[in-house]
Design a protein around this ligand. Structure first.
Ligand code: PMP
Length: 440
């Protein structure tokens, strides 16, 4: 059933049914699992989430960058229906099936670089990041892993160690995995005039002095940092790090969990500067909402773990694989890389206009359908997380699903599905403009 692509509120938010469900959630689910909005979803598709009270909300979150092809993509639905009729699970490690191999072939072909590759599938982004580290350690026979300020790589024990921000991700959950080191990255808005090459030289100097390349298995980096604040490094930063890794035998791992699959206006964000990672980690947008993640990389590195060393009961589940094949087909057939670039043009234009009138919007950045506005106290670069929270809350009340992020919590981020219409985007940014006026 198609969903009318219009914002429409028929109750105050949250409506009565959402309130009932929230009371049940509070009684049944630990408070540790927070929700951005106190509104329960009933259906979603295009650029709309319909809640259980019949309110139509504009989706600028895509379930945190997952439903790139929409939350009810016809190809994904058809592929899932067919796969459900055939079988739901056998376990790839017991009796394997075509879908897994097809997803691996597609990722080997689509990810940057034309070298010989292999792909292994998992369930979540964090699980794939952990496995990329396992593979890099098996290949290099070294232990250390380097990550960056503002990084986010997940919430499992190893990936908590790799994630930068204490609250809410790490606080009280230690001790964390050893041999994870953090260095400075590139944050153009807060780095003064440090260019990409200089930022890379600073990082490399720290790594060489404090860890030693000969001890380092992997450098793991998000080509555009996601949860940390949609931080796009200065030009030249990523290529310089990749070149240093190549020269020192360190495995360069691109965490494209959030940036992958057309999100940034390229199929993968690394492509913008022609960076070819040794290993690339993908998840989120890969499978139209089904849980799936992957590590793809150079055959000689991927082959390092012994037989039986990689896997998991559900990794590359047949339903997730069917959805991924359909999602990848949809990205190509519907020209979604190009659509992400159009969305970038529209959002940047709307945000730049807002910024010109409002000195609390300090930086507008990002690429494709992954755009952010960093908010500060006027006349300073002091982060203003309360403003981000207030603007988001007002937008939520008016039926726009918008997320915040950033180490300082002061970034509004925009991650619409690539199936959203221009009309919905304009309506959402009218709501945001009003929220900025109201918080003056
Ligand atoms: N890496 C990055 C860059 C992410 O953005 C995320 C999720 N926000 C993860 C890893 C972890 O993915 P998951 O939540 O699927 O474990």
């Amino acid at each position: 059933m198609s969903i009318e692509q219009k914002r429409r509120l028929v109750t105050d938010l949250p409506g009565p049914r959402s309130q009932e469900l929230m009371a049940r959630k509070t009684a049944a689910v630990p408070d540790g699992v927070g929700t951005t909005m106190p509104v329960f979803a009933a259906r979603a598709g295009g650029g709309i989430v319909v809640d259980v009270d019949g309110n139509h909300l504009i989706d600028l979150g895509s379930g945190i960058a997952v439903t790139t092809v929409g939350a009810s993509s016809p190809r994904v639905q058809d592929a899932l229906t067919k796969q459900i009729e055939d079988f739901t699970h056998t376990c790839f490690m017991v009796t394997p099936y075509d879908g897994y191999v097809t997803v691996a072939e597609k990722l080997n072909q689509l990810t940057p670089g034309d070298h010989d590759k292999r792909t292994v599938l998992f369930n979540s982004g964090a699980e794939a990041v952990e496995n990329a580290v396992k593979i890099a350690r098996a290949h290099t026979k070294r232990d250390a892993v380097v990550v960056f300020d503002h990084a986010y790589h997940g919430r499992t024990n190893l990936t908590m160690a790799m994630t930068a921000k204490n609250k809410p991700y790490k606080h009280g959950f230690g001790p964390f995995a050893p041999e994870v080191y953090r260095t400075a990255g590139s944050y153009p808005y807060r780095d003064g005039d440090l260019d990409g090459a200089a930022a890379a030289a600073r990082a490399i100097d720290q790594i060489e002095k404090q860890i030693g390349a000969e001890n380092l298995a992997a450098l793991v980096i998000e080509p555009i940092q996601g949860e940390g604040g949609f931080i796009e490094p200065a030009i030249g930063f990523l290529p310089a790090l990749a070149a240093w890794c190549r020269a020192t035998g360190v495995v360069f791992v691109a965490d494209e969990v959030q940036t992958g699959f057309a999100r940034t206006g390229d199929l993968f964000a690394c492509e913008r500067e022609s960076v070819v990672p040794d290993l690339i980690v993908t998840a989120k947008g890969i499978a139209g909402g089904l849980p799936l993640s992957a590590v793809t990389g150079r055959a000689e590195i991927m082959q390092a773990p012994h037989v039986g060393g990689l896997g998991g009961t559900y990794g590359g589940n047949p339903l997730s694989c069917a959805a991924a094949i359909a999602a990848m087909e949809t990205i190509e057939a519907d020209g979604l890389v190009q659509r992400a670039r159009e969305i970038e043009g529209l959002i940047l234009e709307r945000l730049s206009r807002l910024r010109d009138q409002d000195d609390r919007i300090a930086d507008v950045r990002g690429r494709g359908a992954m755009i952010a506005a960093e908010l500060v106290r006027p006349g300073s670069d002091e982060p203003d997380p309360r403003l981000a929270r207030d603007v988001a809350r007002l937008a939520h009340q008016d039926g726009v699903v918008v997320l915040t992020c950033g180490t300082y919590g002061n970034v509004l981020r925009f991650l619409p599905p690539l199936t959203i219409s221009d009309d919905l985007l304009h309506d959402a940014f009218d709501v945001l403009a009003a929220a900025f006026r109201e918080t003056r």
